[in-house]
Design a protein around this ligand. Structure first.
Ligand SMILES: [Fe+2]
Length: 200
């Protein structure tokens, strides 16, 4: 029987994370990607970075969290937003199986994806699931230009309406955070955003 050392296992898992990152980036670059390439840069990468930071702080499974962060919106990229937690979990299962990822870990990544949506009232049982939901909100504070783009272009608001709209989105994102650690990470950006956007 081959005995795999810890170093080999870590190396293999780093490869899987990198392969998943490449998969998500390639899907985002395709002309068929529902929302183009920007969500990869302005949403997924911040979610991944916050998720890894929070997982380390909270003693969660960093690898499961990093993979789930990269894949949590893959359903939306490929098929659109509707039910993207379900389509995303299906794509995730197929992709991770292809890469030979252990089934027990696939299930944990999938449950993070199935339960990441604040608007879908699924029960978040594990710390990893809560981290993905929290970091989905934290990423808004790294993407003010994206929130304004949505307000101007998709919601057709004027400047004052857009300011109020973005401010209330950011307040909601802050209020629904589960972890004190998440609030601590984002507090300086939250305060800065409130100060810049509050009504004159
Ligand atoms: Fe997301």
């Amino acid at each position: 029987m081959i005995k795999w050392g810890r170093k080999v296992r870590i190396k293999m898992n780093e490869n899987i994370i990198e392969k998943i990152r490449q998969f998500v980036e390639e899907e985002s670059k395709k002309p068929t990607a529902k929302y183009g390439y920007e969500p990869y840069l302005f949403h997924l990468i911040p979610v991944r970075n916050y998720a890894v930071k929070l997982a380390k702080k909270l003693g969660a499974d960093v690898e499961v969290v990093e993979i789930a962060a990269l894949l949590h919106d893959i359903g939306s990229i490929i098929y659109g937003r509707e039910n993207h937690h379900v389509t995303g979990a299906e794509i995730t299962e197929k992709k991770l199986k292809e890469l030979g990822y252990p089934q027990e870990k696939i299930e944990r990544v999938k449950s993070c994806i199935l339960n990441h949506r604040g608007s879908v009232n699924n029960h978040k049982a594990t710390v990893e699931e809560q981290i993905i939901a929290d970091t989905d909100s934290l990423s808004h504070f790294d993407n003010l230009s994206g929130l304004f783009k949505a307000a101007f272009i998709y919601e057709n608001l004027n400047q004052q309406e857009a300011m109020t709209n973005v401010l209330s989105k950011l307040k909601r994102s802050f209020e629904k955070l589960s972890f004190q650690e998440s609030r601590e990470i984002i507090k300086p950006r939250y305060d800065a955003a409130i100060s810049l956007l509050k009504e004159k």
